[in-house]
Design a protein around this ligand. Sequence first.
Ligand SMILES: C[S@@+](CC[C@H](N)C(=O)[O-])C[C@H]1O[C@@H](n2cnc3c(N)ncnc32)[C@H](O)[C@@H]1O
Length: 277
Amino acid sequence: MSEIFDTPPLLPDWASDDIDPTVPSIARIYDYALGGSHNFSVDRELAEQGRRRWPHSLRSAWTNRAFLRRAVIFCAERGIDQFLDIGSGIPTAGNVHEILADLDIDARVVYTDIDPVAVVMSRRILAEIPWATAIRADARDLDAIIADPEVYERLDFGKPVAVLLVALLHYIPDTADPHAMLAALRDRLAPGSVLVISHMTSADWPEQELADTLEMSKQTPTPLVMRALDEITELFDGFELVEPGLVRVPCWRPDPEEDTSATYFDTVGAIGVKPGS
Ligand SMILES: C[S@@+](CC[C@H](N)C(=O)[O-])C[C@H]1O[C@@H](n2cnc3c(N)ncnc32)[C@H](O)[C@@H]1O
């Protein structure tokens, strides 16, 4: 009898054995915020705890996704047809390859994420799409990402590539030296390459609220690191920011329906282009 009770609950088929369903993950929380179904109760509970405290918190995932879409369109309009999306998340609607397919662009896309569910689900939906793939990788080891055969066989780093670090870098602690990471990335990219970043900022947060948010995020394996606006700008060293520079994400070249009046968004974004011929 006790054996029955000792048997752990079965995980769904999208969850690999190395997943601990009792520990919330930011990829699954974000999936929940976007209306996806690849999350556990522990993720939903933390997301709802956040929403009770900050009612806009889940909505900002949608705003961030809308920025991603506008950024991909910007790159495609510049003629870029290679995309490296790092920290790409669990695919819901409006992923990079879908945006490009809607634009009828002949492109190549590599998604990378540290989260096993994000990678399993991405590979599933990409099974029939030869021009896009997903690999499991840690953004802190960019050299390994670029050296991965799935990356270098698809992306030609001698030509412009768009690197998307959308809502990723606020999970990369200072100890991992994101500036050095980005400098190394910049050196690998051809002139004309594009760097897209969105990042949560500590600007305007009351001290106690900021402390509470950071504390709450420690329940996940990738706690938040909010950065000041000048620190985020420094991440673009060696890239030229296109207009309007670093702004709250709804204000980056908004679509007509975008609500740019909301002042509570704590995620800023910008696009930089590597100069040169
Ligand atoms: C908030 S989600 C953003 C997803 C997607 N970029 C978007 O904007 O829709 C952040 C993603 O970054 C991933 N992530 C966090 N730390 C990472 C790391 N060190 N390496 C790779 N991915 C990471 C998480 O697993 C999660 O899927």
